[in-house]
Design a protein around this ligand. Structure first.
Ligand code: NAD
Length: 496
């Protein structure tokens, strides 16, 4: 049984409700996870609230030291964390190690927090008057995270929030909860005082209590668009600061002059990596002019060589999907694509590796001649399904992307610098790659899409993350000068 982590230790009381944690490779239930009641959430928030005053007062250099120690522990246990991810999520071990690495980069960014929370100072803004700013923590903040990056996405949040002086309640995905528990233990080993990081597992009951709790100041959310919208609207109505990152439908445009070998490698890697369960996965390849005729054979050739199998098998390049419900949803959308008349070039339905017939597998699937009115175009499939849409001109490709409700990531493949420059300026998407299929910024930039891929004005991690987890205070000082004593009801005059 995977239970909560509250006040620096495992939560003892037996939960009234539990959920199943599957091994996606075999399809068998491998564990149970506690689903928090409102009282469990309240206990975690109370621990975080109690821990806040002392943590806020802890010198920033000492908070940094905890992050340095945590960083060392994550490096030492990188493979252990990766194997936990593979066991519960299904992704391959090398892919899981990459996930830990990308989370680690945010921990490293948080090691530098003393520099990041520095204020500004202006001497003599008026006679004898100085002005300075400082950034202070908010208090108790919460994070609600999705199943697809069970280590990395929480690390987009808690290291920076905690380094800034906040205390944290994390509600990870109930589908793959163990990585968060493991990391909470590592944080305690790194010297984090009890109550500064708490983990509660659960579903809508836990989330709704977080959104309503009067002692939670801010909520970071990453997940699907309908839930992100709900979190943003409900949380802000309750007076909280909210950043809510949603789903995606990422287009990769291939111009006729592109390096087709490079584009085919990119489409296959970004379409089928992690079985398409990435918010930055390429879902639609938009080919311009005759690009499709030259690109498609190369994509098909690469798909034929891909090995789908259990994530723990070193020969597997792509693992299973996370749950049977998710597998059924992806298969249902493929069925619908066929019914709507898209050209199914490679069919991944009905596949299972030998000995793993119960696992949640869908092999790489490729559709050609998809059109924007089809369900496979409209939905974020979140599975190993690539759709090719053929258009005549660059302008058609641009209009399609700009018309799409999502705006997380996009990419252009071309050797024409002028075309690339035009695209990066005109496209209505938050993260843009030029001959780079998955343009995820490193931790010293911030991550965030546009349109229905984000709700709220702060992107996550990086400098925007620091701003989200702190509030600015401005202080104006004047040390009494006998020359200017006396009552004066007017606005101070310039230069006085
Ligand atoms: P999800 O929205 O179903 O769940 C996310 C979190 O919300 C989980 O912790 C879950 O327990 C909770 N939740 C689910 N239903 C809820 C409800 N009705 N009320 C309250 N809380 C609820 O998302 P998921 O399936 O876990 O993750 C996949 C989605 O996340 C995809 O849409 C993907 O694009 C998105 N995602 C986005 C980013 C990004 O940075 N924009 C990154 C990773 C994943």
């Amino acid at each position: 049984m995977i239970n909560h982590w509250i006040d620096g230790k495992p939560w003892e009381s037996k939960p009234a409700r539990t959920g199943i944690v599957y091994d996606p490779a075999t399809g068998l239930a491998q564990d149970e996870v506690a689903l928090a009641s409102e009282a469990d959430v309240d206990a975690a928030v109370a621990a975080a609230k109690t821990a806040f005053p002392a943590w806020r007062e802890t010198p920033v250099t000492r908070r940094q030291n905890v992050m340095f120690a945590f960083r060392e522990l994550v490096v030492a246990h990188r493979e252990d964390i990766a194997k936990i991810l593979t066991r519960e999520h299904g992704k391959t071990v090398p892919d899981a190690i990459g996930e830990v690495q990308r989370g680690l980069e945010v921990v490293e960014f948080a090691c530098n927090v003393a520099h990041l929370v520095k204020g500004e100072f202006s001497e003599q803004v008026s006679t004898g008057v100085d002005t300075f700013t400082m950034r202070q923590p908010l208090g108790v903040v919460a994070g609600i995270t999705p199943f697809n990056f069970p280590a990395m996405v929480p690390m987009w949040m808690y290291p920076l929030a905690i380094a800034c002086g906040n205390t944290f309640v994390l509600k990870p995905s109930e589908k793959d909860p163990s990585a968060s528990m493991y990391c909470a233990e590592l944080m305690a080993e790194a010297g984090l005082p009890p109550g500064v990081l708490n983990v509660v597992h659960g579903d809508k009951v836990a989330v709704d209590r977080i959104l309503a709790h009067p002692d939670i100041e801010a909520v970071s959310f990453v997940g699907s668009t309908p839930i992100a919208r709900y979190i943003y609207e409900t949380g802000t109505r309750a007076g909280k600061r909210v950043q809510a990152l949603g789903g995606a439908k990422n287009h990769m445009v291939v111009l006729p002059d592109a390096d087709m070998e490079l584009a085919a490698d990119a489409a296959v890697s970004a379409g089928y990596g992690s079985a398409g369960e990435r918010c930055m996965a390429i879902s639609v390849v938009v080919t311009v002019g005759d690009a499709a005729d030259r690109l498609l054979p190369k994509v098909v050739e690469r798909i034929a060589k891909l090995r789908t199998g259990p994530g723990m098998d070193p020969d597997s390049e792509m693992g299973p999907l996370v749950t049977p419900e998710h597998r059924d949803k992806v298969v249902g959308l493929i069925d619908q694509g066929v019914a709507e008349g898209a050209d199914l070039v490679v069919d991944g339905r009905g596949f299972a590796p030998e000995g793993f017939e119960g696992g949640f597998y869908v092999a790489p699937t490729l559709f050609d001649r998809v059109s924007p009115d089809m369900e496979i175009y409209k939905h974020e499939i979140f599975g190993p399904v690539l759709s090719v849409v053929r258009v005549d001109h660059y302008e058609d490709a641009l209009a399609m992307i700009n018309h799409n409700p999502y705006g997380n990531g996009t990419a252009l493949f071309t050797n024409d610098g002028g075309a690339a420059r035009k695209f990066q300026s005109e496209v209505q998407v938050g993260m843009v790659g030029v001959n780079v299929p998955i343009p995820v910024p490193l931790s010293f930039y911030s991550f965030g899409g546009w349109k229905s891929s984000i709700f709220g004005s702060h992107a996550i991690y990086g400098p925007e993350g620091v701003h989200f987890y702190t509030k600015q205070k401005v202080v104006i000082t004047r040390w009494p000068d006998p020359v200017f004593r006396g009552v004066d009801l007017g606005f101070p005059q310039h230069g006085r």
